[in-house]
Design a protein around this ligand. Structure first.
Ligand code: NAD
Length: 362
């Protein structure tokens, strides 16, 4: 069966790592019709907006997209395309597996846990009020009056909102994911001791959902403790269900534990579509240099193959990537012990090695 997939090459290093990923995905033998769409800087130049309507229309039609990282222009007035895409397509769950591959610069070699991050609300929702604006001043006065607490007048405001419905669906998703992927436990991550009406609500709803899923173990951790636990006792954790901001931060912690951003994949999942992308950004200083690691996008491609129920191809591609990491010869600079290692290869050579590995295994 052929699959129609929207391809967003993105900005910075995006086009080269997506190119390398398309090559290895096609080398699995699965057939794709790629619908290439521009978002980000290229789209601003051509259409005057970083997220043209045809990009959303293409993903809505194909229901699956592979995406390179997109730069968020600072001070241009444009919001993050990555955040808008997730919100506009209601891709409410961001799944980020943290898995140690043998030969990578892992904190330990037995790491295998999954972050399920809520993707649409929390402090990320863009409810922002700029210092000194009439709206911000008005809100400061209103809130100060309501709470009988002083907010310093020289403050900016970001509003954190967490809903019952948003929490219910992400925790249900985490339990469903755990069951489908033979995981034993879901841990809700929060700071309910301080933020009682947002994180406290998240925890209360998570407990209610857990009661309806007695076949999967449930517990909760306060986010700061969670970070320490992950470093000291990661084997005790399996699926971490996090509100948006904590999920973001723990994702990079997890990436660091498995040797860096070059190996950290992700899947944004909603009811009507899924967008697969690496955790890392567009690394603009390396753009066009055939230098960075394409494996995070390739591993996102593995998640996409699983989503498309191409299980054999997913296993083959993941195995080939793991083999290339284990051999350690055809890997980029970030997987080498020393940064200046001159034996490091470039982005496209990594793809060559994985394609050769796939052919050898076929
Ligand atoms: P970044 O992830 O792009 O890069 C940080 C550093 O990590 C790089 O300088 C590089 O040393 C390393 N790195 C990243 N990817 C790598 C790879 N594949 N191989 C080897 N090393 C790699 O983060 P940043 O510099 O904070 O962000 C750059 C831009 O990307 C910003 O505009 C940001 O908004 C955007 N961004 C986009 C996404 C996304 O598209 N989902 C995610 C994060 C950041």
């Amino acid at each position: 069966m052929r699959h129609s997939v929207t391809l967003l090459p993105g900005d910075g290093v995006g086009p080269e790592i997506c190119d390398a990923t398309v090559r290895v995905l096609e080398a699995t033998g699965v057939e794709f019709d790629w619908d290439v769409q521009q978002a980000g800087e290229a789209a601003i130049a051509e259409f005057g907006t970083p997220l043209p309507e045809q990009v959303l229309a293409s993903i809505r039609k194909n229901k699956v997209a592979l995406k390179g990282p997109i730069t968020t222009p600072i001070g241009s007035g444009f919001r993050s395309v990555n955040v808008s895409l997730r919100q506009q397509l209601d891709l409410f769950a961001l799944v980020r597996p943290i898995k140690a591959y043998k030969g990578a610069r892992n904190l330990r070699d037995d790491l295998d846990f999954v972050i399920v991050r809520e993707n649409t609300e929390d402090i990320y929702a863009g409810l922002e009020f700029e210092l000194g604006t009439p709206d911000c001043e008005h809100l400061i006065t209103e809130i100060s009056g309501l709470l009988k607490k002083t907010i310093r007048p020289d403050s900016g405001l970001s509003i954190k909102s967490i809903s019952v419905s948003g929490t219910k669906r992400i925790v249900e998703f985490a339990f469903d994911y755990a069951r489908k992927n033979k995981r034993r436990k879901v841990t809700a991550v929060h700071k309910a001791n301080i933020m009682k009406h947002t994180d406290g609500l998240f925890l209360a709803v998570a407990r209610q959902v857990a009661e309806k899923n007695p076949d999967i173990e449930f517990e909760d951790r306060i986010v700061d403790n969670m970070c320490m636990q992950l470093v000291l006792r990661p084997k005790e954790y399996d699926v971490l269900c996090c509100p948006n901001l904590y999920g973001d931060i723990i994702s990079d912690l997890g990436a660091g534990m498995i040797g860096g951003l070059g190996l950290a994949p992700g899947a944004n999942i909603g009811t009507n579509g899924a967008v697969f992308e690496a955790t890392h950004g567009s690394a603009p200083k390396y753009a066009g240099q055939n230098k960075v690691n394409p494996m995070a996008v390739m591993l996102s491609g593995v998640l996409m193959l699983r989503h498309l129920e191409e299980v054999a191809a997913a296993d083959a591609l993941e195995g080939a990537i793991a083999q290339v990491i284990a051999i350690g010869k055809n890997v980029t600079y970030d997987l080498k012990e020393k940064r200046g290692d001159t034996t490091a290869v470039g982005t496209s050579q990594v793809a060559d090695a994985i394609v050769a590995q796939l052919k050898a295994g076929a």
